[in-house]
Design a protein around this ligand. Structure first.
Ligand SMILES: [Cu+2]
Length: 194
């Protein structure tokens, strides 16, 4: 199954395999909310369903247990203003995990950042769709201005990282500019705290 799925770009996947893939995606998506999905593997991530791979991911996120939130958001460490908050730096960026959903939303869709922080956004497509993640000044993000920092082609259950320093007062935003996604509301806000 894995080989078939890997070789297919979507439409070529037999319907039966598509259903299995969708179910697997749901399982992994659920796991993604409670465990750390790491790496940049695409369809190969299906191998990550086994407990061993997931366990390794959780070990990588040392602060995960303390940061787990009840509402399904995926912050890794305490947010600005919270006890234990440690500002991200260029040498040691703060990791913020964001899910890109099949419903064309980012979860969370608002991220609090202390001005000057360097953030590594780890963006996972938790559904069958391919997404992009652009971050920067809100006007550039809205206009899809060339040169605005972006990672593209985030495939199903794939995670890609983008490190960005929020050095000004804002406003800053993030968005997915795959055709139709931004128009459907696939955007988020960075709340800059000073
Ligand atoms: Cu998208």
């Amino acid at each position: 199954m894995t080989n078939e799925a890997r070789g297919a770009s979507g439409s070529a996947v037999p319907a039966r395999v598509g259903i299995v893939v969708a179910v697997v995606a749901l399982v992994i998506a659920t796991a993604g909310l409670t465990a750390t999905v790491v790496g940049r593997s695409g369809f190969g991530m299906m191998g990550g369903v086994n407990p061993g791979a997931r366990g390794g991911g959780m070990m990588g996120g040392g602060s995960w247990g303390g940061a787990m939130m009840g509402n399904g958001t995926q912050a890794v460490g305490p947010a600005p203003g919270s006890a234990g908050f440690v500002a991200g730096t260029v040498a040691s960026p703060r990791v913020v995990r964001i899910s890109a959903t099949a419903g064309l939303r980012f979860l969370p869709d608002a991220v609090a950042v202390q001005q000057g922080e360097t953030i590594t956004f780890e963006v996972t497509s938790v559904g069958p769709l391919v997404h992009e993640f652009m971050v920067g000044p809100a006007a550039d993000v809205a206009a899809d201005t060339p040169g605005t920092p972006e990672v593209a082609d985030i495939g199903m259950m794939e995670t890609r990282s983008l490190t960005y320093t929020v050095d000004g007062p804002g406003p800053y935003a993030f968005a997915c500019h795959v055709a139709g996604h931004y128009e459907a509301g696939m955007e988020g806000t960075i709340v800059v705290l000073r």
